[in-house]
Design a protein around this ligand. Structure first.
Ligand code: IMP
Ligand code: MG
Length: 182
């Protein structure tokens, strides 16, 4: 695919992303050997990372998905950071080893909400694995167990991350000027 308008620079190439996913998958395979691993992702952004990660993990695992609506501004009817479940998981997670797979942990509001919601369902363990971590913008602290890349405080697209629902299918991670991308 040709570089979309508004792309400023590639942060991580497809090869770098795939290599890093393999490294993290190896860590997860070792850590969860002999356990009851389930990967959970939020539709839609994290699905791209989840499938790549799952294929690189070398132990049996299950997957499940949920969808959320976040109200990032008052016009949409909520305070900043408000999140609710729009489509729940298909199955219970009680006594399972759950790894919440995120595309990006930014302010941390979404991840904290998901952690609290999942923790209430009594999994045996609950961890976080994120493709991207932007700690510069963190507002609420969340315990990230695995992360592929730390990124600067710039808007990015690719590998599941979108701008107005586009560019999720880029194999690389790129910095984008959101105003130039329409
Ligand atoms: P948080 O609740 O602020 O951590 O928001 C995380 C969510 O915001 C992610 O799951 C993404 O959907 C979205 N998001 C945050 N930063 C970016 C970005 O740079 N590009 C695309 N989506 C982003
Ligand atoms: Mg998005």
């Amino acid at each position: 695919m040709t570089a979309p308008p508004g792309i400023e620079r590639v942060l991580f190439t497809e090869e770098q992303v795939n290599q890093r996913i393999r490294e993290v998958a190896a860590e997860i395979s070792a850590k969860y050997q002999g356990r009851d691993l389930k990967l959970i992702a939020v539709l839609k952004g994290a699905v791209f990372f989840l499938t790549a990660l799952a294929r690189a993990i070398e132990i049996p695992l299950k997957v499940d998905f949920l969808a959320i609506s976040s109200f990032s501004n008052h016009a949409k009817g909520g305070a900043p950071g408000m999140v609710r479940i729009a489509k729940d998981l298909d199955h219970p997670i009680q006594d399972e080893d759950i790894l919440l797979v995120e595309d990006i942990v930014d302010t941390g509001f979404t991840t904290r909400y998901l952690l609290q919601t999942l923790a209430g369902r009594e999994p045996r363990s609950l961890g976080i694995c994120t493709l991207l971590d932007r700690t510069a913008r963190r507002i609420v602290q969340v315990p990230v167990d695995y992360r592929c890349f730390e990124i600067p405080d710039r808007f990015v697209v690719g590998c599941g991350l979108d701008h107005k629902q586009r560019y999720r299918n880029l194999g690389y991670i790129a910095v984008m000027n959101p105003e130039a991308g329409d």
